[in-house]
Ligand binder design. Structure first.
Ligand SMILES: Cc1cc2nc3c(=O)[nH]c(=O)nc-3n(C[C@H](O)[C@H](O)[C@H](O)COP(=O)(O)O)c2cc1C
Ligand code: SF4
Length: 576
């Protein structure tokens, strides 16, 4: 009884903090999150006295500002004095490139000045690192002396940052990777939409049955409609609704959102504007991961173009509709890709997952009705509005419509990003688009750390759609494809997955917080000769799967089970 009362009290406190950081409707003009980030700019972490001052200013108490600053990789005290970061994502790990990067950096920086980032989205060429606020990959590591000198001197950038990848498609008329028309032509559908009924836009999205591309595949139209029908009951300044773009693409081996944000930002922004028009939201918020500094800049530049052309602002083109954007840089927490942790982060809180209900469409950002969608989901919307929902629905398989971006890592002969019609056989993606494997390969990790591990003999059973992956016991997720080399021990990969989850767990529920750490310890022990009790391990995995509050703790078991099922022989010596 007492525990329940405490839970309810904590939930109310959290709600109150949301309202307090809302500050009479000025929540994004002088945001707690930005104040904390500014405070960390000089040294990499905010000073204690500054945290106290910010807490006083926002009436939230020191525990909140300290709690937040200690949660995020690029705000916490350990980040103080960090000058360089080595990517420790799965693709760079299995490619075996990062020891060289670390050694090259260690010639110029003290150990405490070198940190980690996960991941930089350079999975197509690896050797990824960040220095001077920029990302580098590929052969940049071979020019480290010149690079460090130019960063320290603050001179022009002469060392190539690399990061460019192949972009291809099997589609005659691709949706997302098609070349961009001139902006006035592209935004003609916006001017047209503003003259019509918002319900018509919503209807096209519903007819298209766009399923969320961020992993869960939830129908976008359903969320938009729920938000449209919801009321802002906060009483905090003018009633408001939000469209939030989840640009926290943290899955190692995924770089499709990075591509869209950097190369096609207007598709994403127009998608958010149209979604905003549907639900009556006046603000679009993009939460972009700090590991993508180039994406943050590209999106900000695109927003300036919109302002200059009068496509956003107050009473846009005399329509009576107003819309603005807020671009927010994250601070290094994979779990903030989970939509409610993301909302907490924007509010300046620890990136802890919220219990649902209420759902974000009812009570989301600063407790106001909010739609959260993935970058790629939103980027589909302009095409749907221009060509009609039926044209989108006609593409793909029964339950997966339109196209999907797929990322292939450096283990393919032609790594890169590919747009395919949903339902395209995975075999075609591997052999035709990726041109086969660049090294002997035994498995594919598809859909990020929470996705499944597909042995090669299962490839022919899969297509790029939600259904076939579900039927075969895997997960399409965000459709990142990471190839696990033949000589990479699966036990090391399992250790990496548990370690990743333990590092990134938000800590709210114990199956994930404790289970991921115990799992890591068991595997580490096994690698040192202490065999794992299989029944105990199965219990641990099951507890995580059914007892976790979100798909971080709940999703890890999928890949673990796949590995045990398909690589049991390789793992035999590690289990009692
Ligand atoms: C641990 C975790 C990480 C996630 N990371 C992302 C992410 O980086 N990007 C994303 O769009 N969705 C991510 N999601 C899914 C979101 O919670 C949410 O379902 C999604 O943003 C909804 O958008 P969609 O319907 O357009 O897919 C993550 C979920 C979990 C549990
Ligand atoms: S599963 Fe992990 S990340 Fe998700 S709420 Fe629980 S502790 Fe947090």
């Amino acid at each position: 009884m007492r525990a329940w009362r405490r839970t309810i009290t904590l939930a109310c406190m959290s709600k109150n903090i949301s309202s307090l950081s809302g500050r009479d409707g000025r929540e994004l003009d002088d945001a707690l999150w930005e104040r904390l980030q500014q405070a960390a700019e000089a040294t990499g972490t905010p000073e204690r006295a500054v945290l106290t001052a910010i807490a006083d200013d926002f009436l939230v108490g020191e525990a909140v500002t300290y709690g937040t600053s200690s949660f995020y990789d690029f705000l916490k005290e350990e980040n103080k004095g960090r000058k360089a970061y080595v990517c420790n994502g799965s693709a760079c790990l299995v490619a075996g490139t990062q020891d060289k990067v670390h050694h090259a950096l260690a010639r110029h920086f003290k150990p405490e000045e070198i940190g980690h980032m996960c991941c930089l989205g350079r999975c197509h060429e690896n050797s990824a690192f960040n220095i001077g606020g920029r990302n580098y990959s590929g052969d940049s590591v071979d020019h480290m002396d010149a690079l460090v000198k130019e960063v320290r001197d603050g001179g022009a950038h002469t060392v190539a940052a690399n990061g460019v990848h192949h972009v291809g498609t099997t589609m005659a008329a691709p949706i997302l990777t098609a070349p961009m028309p001139p902006l006035p032509e592209f935004y003609a559908i916006w001017e047209q939409a503003l003259k019509g009924d918002p319900r018509d836009v919503l209807n096209e999205i519903k007819v298209a049955t766009i399923r969320g591309r961020g992993g869960a595949g939830f129908p976008m139209g359903f969320k938009l409609e729920a938000c449209r029908n919801a009321e802002d009951t906060t009483g905090n300044g003018t009633p408001r609704k939000y469209i939030v773009c989840n640009a926290d693409e943290g899955d190692p081996a995924a770089f499709s959102d990075r591509y869209l944000l950097e190369q096609r930002p207007h598709r994403v922004l127009l998608g958010m504007m149209l979604a905003g028009y549907c639900v009556g939201a006046d603000t679009g918020v993009l939460y972009i991961r700090a590991e993508y500094p180039e994406a943050v800049e590209a999106v900000k530049a695109a927003v300036r173009e919109l302002e200059a052309n009068g496509w956003i602002g107050t009473d846009i083109k005399g329509s009576g509709f107003s819309y603005r954007f807020k671009v927010i840089k994250a601070a290094g927490a994979y779990v903030c890709g989970e939509e409610t942790a993301l909302l907490n982060s924007i509010e300046g809180k620890r990136g802890e997952v919220r219990t649902r209900p209420p759902y974000p469409a009812q009570q989301g950002l600063f407790n106001r009705p909010t739609v959260v969608n993935n970058v790629e989901t939103l980027a589909c919307v302009p095409w749907v509005v221009a060509h009609g929902g039926a044209a989108f629905a006609k593409l793909g398989s029964e339950k997966s419509n339109g196209s999907k971006l797929v990322c292939l890592d450096s283990g393919f002969k032609r790594p890169g990003l590919y747009e395919v019609e949903c339902g395209t056989p995975l075999r075609r993606v591997i052999d035709e688009l990726g041109q086969g494997f660049a090294r002997p390969t035994k498995a594919l990790h598809i859909g990020g750390p929470l996705g499944g591990i597909v042995p090669l003999h299962k490839v022919d059973a899969l297509g790029i759609d939600f259904e076939s992956f579900q039927k075969e016991g895997f997960l399409l997720g965000h459709a990142s494809v990471l190839s696990i080399p033949q000589d990479f021990p699966m036990v090391a990969y399992l250790e990496h997955l548990f370690e990743f989850t333990a590092m990134e767990s938000c800590g709210k529920c114990f199956p994930c917080r404790i289970g991921s750490t115990r799992g890591k310890e068991l595997i580490q022990g096994a690698r040192q000769g202490r065999r794992i009790d299989r029944a105990l391990f199965n219990d641990l995995v099951e507890t995580m799967e059914i007892g976790s509050l979100c798909a971080l703790g709940g999703g890890l078991p999928l890949g673990v089970r796949n590995t045990l099922q398909y690589f049991g022989e390789e793992l035999r010596d590690y289990f009692a």
